[in-house]
Design a protein around this ligand. Structure first.
Ligand SMILES: Nc1ncnc2c1ncn2[C@@H]1O[C@H](COP(=O)(O)OP(=O)(O)OP(=O)(O)O)[C@@H](O)[C@H]1O
Length: 304
């Protein structure tokens, strides 16, 4: 089956800043494909190229088998795009915004209501309210309804959960799972590593390069090292002490603990003795399973 989105050796620079340094992937039809990485990694640049708003410097990209440069008009009719910053008209009402986007694509709210019913019905009671007066979560639902109203085959969502409360974040991922069931391919970017598990496959991006592309499960399986959660008193100082240990290959702050990767021979007792000798008390060292963030840090380290 043809891929919904294909990119090959895509590059894009802004002056001397290389935003994309030769990235490639295929997103299959009906999958949720996540682009995960921190601010400035190149996510928005990639989305703007795929939605035909920006031309790449080199490389090739297709959406629904159509070329982003040659066939941009057709692509625009087929994709839905929810940019990072809300694309809504703040002074128009909820319903006016939705009707505007429907008209733009030569359709009506009524014709495609089924697709947006679950999402739009939650904000429909406020249909006369100005979009600018909606809460963050409600704006996000309206923006998603507007991106979907012409029944796109591929949906591009650039950081839809950034700055959104945890309940709305969870709701959004549930909505995306339902849309996927209706056969819509979803490319979604996020800086939140914990959202990786919501995607079928992910591309970890840093500095305009992909560190890895795989299912979240396989990326975790590839970690291949032991990992400890270390805590005690004087946590900021402890991070530096951990990094000085010659048998700790990496350590970084993770919530209330530090995640430390020991080499093959260091034991928990040896590390505890080292930290105690360095004056740390109330120590706790626990072997843990890695998460996507741990994998990202490791790949980042090994791809320097
Ligand atoms: N119009 C522009 N002119 C100059 N530099 C730009 C422009 N747009 C993006 N950049 C730079 O290109 C790099 C990639 O930016 P991009 O917006 O694609 O990343 P991102 O992962 O989406 O991050 P963010 O969430 O901050 O937008 C960054 O270093 C950014 O500063």
């Amino acid at each position: 089956m043809a891929s919904a989105v294909t990119i090959r050796d895509l590059t894009k620079s802004y002056g001397r800043i290389e935003a994309l340094r030769g990235v490639s992937f295929d997103a299959q039809r009906g999958e949720i494909f996540g682009i995960i990485g921190p601010d400035g990694a190149g996510k928005t640049t990639l989305f703007r190229i795929l939605t035909t708003l920006l031309l790449p410097d080199s490389g090739r990209a297709t959406v629904d088998g159509l070329d982003v440069a040659a066939d941009y008009k057709q692509i625009r009719r087929r994709v839905g795009y929810m940019p990072g910053r809300f694309s809504l008209y703040q002074d128009m009402s909820v319903e006016e915004n939705l009707r505007f986007f429907a008209t733009l694509f030569g359709t009506t709210i009524e014709a495609n209501y089924d697709l947006i019913r679950d999402i739009y019905s939650q904000i429909e009671p406020f249909r006369t309210r100005r979009a600018g007066a909606l809460s963050g979560g409600m704006k996000q639902k309206l923006a998603l309804s507007c991106a979907l109203i012409h029944k796109p085959s591929v949906l591009f969502l650039d950081e839809p959960t950034t700055g959104v409360d945890p309940v709305s974040r969870k709701e959004l991922w549930e909505m995306l799972a339902k849309l996927r069931c209706q056969g819509i391919t979803i490319l979604v970017s996020t800086p939140y590593m914990d959202e990786a598990s919501r995607c079928d496959r992910i591309a970890l991006i840093r500095g305009g390069r992909f560190l890895d592309i795989d299912t979240p499960k396989r990326i975790i399986e590839k970690f291949g090292e032991r990992l400890w959660a270390v805590s005690g008193d004087r946590m900021p100082a402890m991070l530096k002490t951990l990094r000085r240990h010659p048998q700790i290959t990496s350590a970084f702050a993770f919530g209330d603990t530090h995640h430390a990767t020991p080499d093959a021979t260091l034991t928990e007792e040896q590390l505890a003795a080292y930290l105690t000798a360095e004056g740390y008390r109330n120590l706790r060292i626990e072997a843990i399973e890695p998460g996507i963030e741990d994998c990202y840090m490791k790949l980042d380290r090994t791809n320097e």
